[in-house]
Design a protein around this ligand. Structure first.
Ligand code: DC
Length: 228
């Protein structure tokens, strides 16, 4: 069923440039914007604080009950939206910290955790024309989205981008460690039995290895004009 307003699903592996591209498109096309990875990261942050094992789904579910994760869409906020856990705002640096990156894929593989996150993501998509970035947006969260993009890039391009992001925030990080982390996350995200990262058959695949952000944004904006 065609959604009542434009939905753009933007999926792809870590470091493919989804969040930068999605935010620019949201500005350009006046869309709501959510990076769904931040919701899984929020639970990762809580699990680290409360020392809950990333493999322990029942304990993670209890944590989620006790400290519900909510999203406030605020285009002016540092990430473009605000993530709250039990009413407390979580900072971008805490969400993006390496400690959270290391456990988040394990946490995101739990089916009942995903059910809860997906329900919230669909609620947000009902609010208005939207671009949502993640891993399963075109396949599971918004299967009727009018436009689905799978953004990919070579692992070396993705490592270089992540390194530059860390450098911009004043954190030095070893490229070899980043390479292994991204490889491991790709492996976990692609191999999990529940909603793995996969290309929806109706998605447009864009390889951003050799493209600048503006080029990717223009390509997707043109595709969006064609479906609007
Ligand atoms: O995009 P990111 O690196 O912030 O995502 C963090 C993790 O969350 C990633 O390892 C996969 C998972 N994720 C997911 O399973 N489904 C989504 N829709 C978004 C992220």
């Amino acid at each position: 069923m065609t959604p009542p307003h434009l939905q753009i699903a933007l999926d792809g592996p870590a470091g493919s440039g989804k969040t930068t591209v999605a935010r620019r498109l949201a500005e350009r096309l006046a869309l709501l914007y959510l990076d769904t990875g931040a919701m899984y990261r929020a639970l990762a942050v809580l699990s680290l604080r409360e020392r809950v094992d990333a493999d322990n789904e029942p304990a993670l579910l209890r944590l989620l009950e006790a400290r519900p994760i909510e999203i406030r869409l605020e285009p002016g906020a540092p990430m473009g939206f605000v993530v709250l856990a039990g009413g407390e705002v979580l900072s971008e640096s805490e969400l993006q910290a390496n400690a959270a990156s290391v456990v988040v894929s394990t946490i995101a593989a739990h089916p009942r955790i995903r059910e809860r996150m997906v329900a919230k993501q669909r609620e947000i998509a009902r609010l208005g024309p939207v671009i949502m970035a993640g891993r399963d947006i075109g396949t599971v969260v918004l299967p009727d989205a009018q436009l689905k993009i799978f953004l990919t890039a070579s692992i070396s391009a993705r490592v270089a981008r992540r390194k530059a992001q860390f450098a911009a925030s004043g954190t030095a990080i070893d490229a070899h460690a980043l390479f292994s982390e991204l490889e491991e996350r790709d492996r976990l995200d692609e191999s999990r039995s529940n909603s793995p990262l996969q290309i929806s058959p109706d998605a447009h695949v864009i390889d951003s290895s050799e493209l600048g952000v503006d080029e990717v944004v223009s390509k997707i904006a043109a595709l969006a004009r064609a479906v609007a």
